[in-house]
Design a protein around this ligand. Structure first.
Ligand code: FO1
Ligand code: CA
Length: 307
């Protein structure tokens, strides 16, 4: 089977591990959010692409969910000594190697999609990892403190400032990266990972051509809810959804995916929501164990999605 996974960071990466271990999956294409991407010290930082790449390569720092396991922070310490700006964003020494590679190649004129492919291949990843677009489409978070770039809001300000609105800057002028529309058209199943819909999935849907490609796909589109008993496994989803006036819990997630998905998967623990959500957006809602704690639970969830 050919599977397309729309993915943000940690939730997307773990879902990708499960799908790539599923024996029936012949080809896995991960379409990765690039709304979190930013420049630091002249280096292009792509958190979701790197989390997916490092996780599939078995190299990720599992406690953090991002960066390389066992990495050190010597370069960052030097930057601090030198009085460099924006050192709240931690880049590990070995991780910086990938960032130099990517930034150098970008300056040489290579598109992000081909750089991402080269890096994944070199690190032994067999799944195809495609940035949603080769353009820069930074997510801007409007708060009482002003308009913040996503990493400023999320890392520097620890997702504390209440969010008035989100802007997927430049998305309207971007186009899907090479291979994205083709993968969607040829897929046997399209999975939306248990990622933050507002920060990881909507930025991709804001790119012209994405919604059309998904609507035209012959494959079913199944979204896995990132919520477990009303809270995200990782990240600021519940507070963000409330700030943006979505109903709490899985009903809010369902509204974010209304008109896009053919089915939704929620956790067994939230089975009481099943009928209400199904009625609200008019698609079947299935229950499964959605917490991806290890390779076995990832594969089990993947098998449920495919069956
Ligand atoms: N997250 C943090 O909470 N603190 C950091 O210093 C940090 C650095 C960082 C560097 C590279 C990278 O690829 C990701 C990094 N992240 C860091 C994670 C990132 O901010 C978020 O996980 C995603 O953007 C949200 O999914
Ligand atoms: Ca992300």
């Amino acid at each position: 089977l050919r599977i397309v996974l729309l993915a943000g960071g940690v939730g997307g990466a773990r879902m990708a591990v499960g799908l790539s271990a599923e024996p029936r999956v012949g080809q896995l294409t991960v379409i990765a959010n690039v709304g979190d991407d930013d420049w630091f010290h002249g280096l292009r930082v792509c958190p979701d692409i790197d989390t997916i790449t490092y996780t599939l390569a078995g190299l990720v720092n599992r406690e953090q969910g991002w960066g390389l396991a066992g990495d050190t922070a010597g370069a960052l310490a030097t930057l601090r000594t030198l009085g460099s700006e924006d050192t709240w964003m931690s880049l590990g020494d070995r991780d910086i190697g990938l960032h130099i590679f990517r930034s150098h190649r970008l300056r040489q004129g290579h598109p992000l999609s081909s750089i991402t492919r080269a890096a994944a291949h070199a690190l032994g990843v067999s799944a195809a990892i495609l940035p949603a677009t080769d353009s820069e489409v930074p997510t801007i978070v409007s708060t009482a403190e002003g308009r913040l770039r996503f990493q400023q809001w999320f890392v520097e300000r620890r997702a504390k400032p209440a969010v008035a609105s989100l802007e997927y800057a430049g998305a309207g002028q971007a186009m899907p990266a090479p291979g994205v529309r083709e993968a969607i058209a040829c897929a046997d199943l399209i999975v939306i990972a248990p990622s933050n819909p507002l920060l990881s999935i909507h930025p991709m849907l804001a790119i012209p051509g994405m919604r059309t490609a998904l609507a035209a796909a012959s494959a079913s589109i199944v979204a896995v809810s990132p919520l477990l008993r009303g809270a995200a496994v990782k990240g600021p989803l519940a507070a963000l959804a409330a700030d943006l006036h979505f109903p709490p819990g899985n009903l809010g997630i369902a509204r974010m995916y209304d008109g896009l998905v053919d089915a939704m998967v929620i956790d067994h623990g939230d089975a009481a929501d099943q009928a209400g959500i199904s009625g609200a957006i008019g698609v079947p809602v299935l229950c499964a164990h959605t917490l991806i704690a290890d390779a076995a639970s990832a594969t089990r969830l993947a098998s449920t999605l495919i069956s």
